[in-house]
Ligand binder design. Structure first.
Ligand code: ZN
Length: 490
């Protein structure tokens, strides 16, 4: 490489998405416009689509993550007398194909995440939001002033890397094998339920002495990285990670009530590939839990297309399921919310009351939770049958159990607004840790007989969620159901 570090080195902005979970394609970079000791550059990028999804006849996209590396800046005290090098550079980043993503209606109100730290766990708190992010003429645009040489990550949501995933598994394993540890009596096991098509393990962590089986799975949609931060919050509390294995009283209760089965990442291949919604061959895992009417020729799950779902469902059939939670993120709605198995064959008084009660318990533990806003339920039982390939519907019906999908925002969480940080990693992990409190409270009723809900107060009731959450000027979303993707003008 020719040296460019002569008296006045050229300022360079270099873009890469080579980290795991990276996704970007550079389209163009303008020549720097220099004014005094500052410069301006425009970098135009495209989000790369996932592998084509046969079931939905489209290639999904929305998630992106890249590293911008700046070199050649002269900090104010580096050059000394007579230094006229560039001190800072303003880069305008333009995502030129933002209009063609899976949920373009979700861009307004979104702010890009960035950090000049690393992707290591200790740097979680360094992520911030660029409040000047805007969606204009089908493009997502923001400016960033780089005042120092080095790297800045920009990401749709902070990546949860495969390295971090392995560390999470190792941390749980280390607690299990710790000498004199208090966990032994809860029979903890870390196992692989099978391998993905690219050969990654589908890890499941099981622990607890209780009679009821609770399954909690995360990140079926790999670009919903918050789901694995949630898993980390829950697992750290469950195993006393960072607390010398010390378990709090609520956690001990949960371990006496349940046997928990936790899958921190359902789609590790898609996660590493920087996909939004699919594994390495384009399967949207949350449409792979059954063959559904109208798609009889699309058999699901299969080992060739969706071994992740095949493995987990087989294990569930073997063990049973009394509580199911599927953890996701939603591109559009700036709230934490749940959707259930409304109008599926299992739905009735019992599940409706359990659903309402569980959310109330969760809300009492964490004020980011609410029950009024969310996806409207399907119109009819027939409509619901079309979605029996969605995990929550399939599992609730298959095991006649409470099953819910938890959605967290990519934006801010407007129950407790915090624009500069959005729904931060700290809040995400805390929400995960608080699942423990809701599990304890709902336990007595999960398999109760009779009209147990007569004991519930009115505020614990089921509320039909709406996505019409802005009174003034709100454009009603094209009705979506379970993050379903419809043609934009259908
Ligand atoms: Zn999802």
């Amino acid at each position: 490489m020719p040296s460019e570090t002569m008296a006045s080195p050229e300022v360079k902005v270099s873009i890469t998405a080579s980290h795991d979970g990276g996704n970007i394609e550079v389209i163009s970079k303008s020549e720097p416009v220099v004014s005094g000791r500052t410069a301006k550059v425009t970098v135009t990028v495209h989000i790369k689509p996932d592998v084509y999804t046969e079931f939905e006849s489209r290639a999904h996209s929305q998630y992106f993550s890249f590293r911008s590396f700046v070199s050649g800046l002269h900090s104010s005290n580096s050059g000394g007398e007579g230094d006229d090098g560039i001190k800072l550079i303003t880069v305008q980043y333009v995502v030129a194909n933002a209009r063609s993503v899976s949920f373009p209606e979700a861009w307004p109100g979104y702010t890009v995440c960035y950090t000049s730290g690393s992707l290591e766990p200790c740097d979680d708190d360094s992520w911030r939001r660029n409040l000047a992010t805007r969606y204009v003429d089908g493009k997502l645009i923001w400016e960033h002033v780089h005042a120092a040489n080095g790297s800045t990550f920009f990401s749709y949501s902070p990546p949860y890397t495969y390295g971090r995933h392995l560390k999470l598994i190792a941390d749980c394993s280390a607690r299990i094998s710790a000498r004199g540890g208090s966990l032994e009596r809860y029979d903890p096991v870390v196992e692989s339920l099978g391998q993905t098509l690219e050969g990654r393990e589908i890890e499941c962590i099981s622990i607890g002495n209780g009679k009821l089986a609770a399954w909690i799975q995360h990140r079926q949609h790999p670009g919903e990285t918050m789901a694995e931060f949630f898993a980390e919050g829950f697992l750290h509390r469950l195993f006393g990670v960072g607390k010398d294995g010390e378990l709090d009283e609520t956690t001990k209760k949960v371990l006496d009530q349940y046997r928990l089965h936790v899958i921190p990442n359902m789609c590790p291949d898609g996660s590493v590939l920087g996909h939004l919604r699919t594994n390495s061959v384009g399967a949207n895992l949350n449409r792979e839990w059954a063959t559904v009417p109208g798609h009889e020729d699309y058999e699901a799950p299969t080992l060739r297309r969706s071994p992740e779902v095949h493995a987990v469902l087989s294990k569930m059939d073997e063990i049973g399921c009394d509580f199911f939670l599927d953890v996701h993120g939603d591109e559009d709605i700036p709230y934490v919310f749940f959707s259930g198995a409304e109008k599926t064959p299992a739905w009735g008084d019992r599940l409706e009351h359990l659903h309402g009660y569980f959310i109330s318990c969760y809300q009492r533990a964490n004020s980011d939770v609410q029950k009024e806003i969310g996806y409207p339920p399907p119109d009819s039982a027939d409509d619901a049958l079309k979605y029996m390939n969605v995990a929550t519907n399939q599992i609730s019906t298959r095991f006649n159990c409470l099953g819910l999908t938890l959605e967290m925002p990519y934006k801010d969480c407007e129950t407790n607004p915090d624009p500069a940080n959005g729904f931060s990693l700290e809040r995400t992990k805390k929400l995960g840790a608080n699942l423990m409190d809701a599990l304890v409270d709902v336990h007595p009723y999960l398999r109760a007989e009779g009209q147990f809900w007569r004991a519930f107060s009115k505020e614990d009731g089921y509320v039909i969620p709406t996505d019409n959450y802005k009174e003034q000027g709100f454009v009603m979303l094209k009705k979506r159901f379970y993050s379903d993707v419809r043609p934009h003008d259908a």
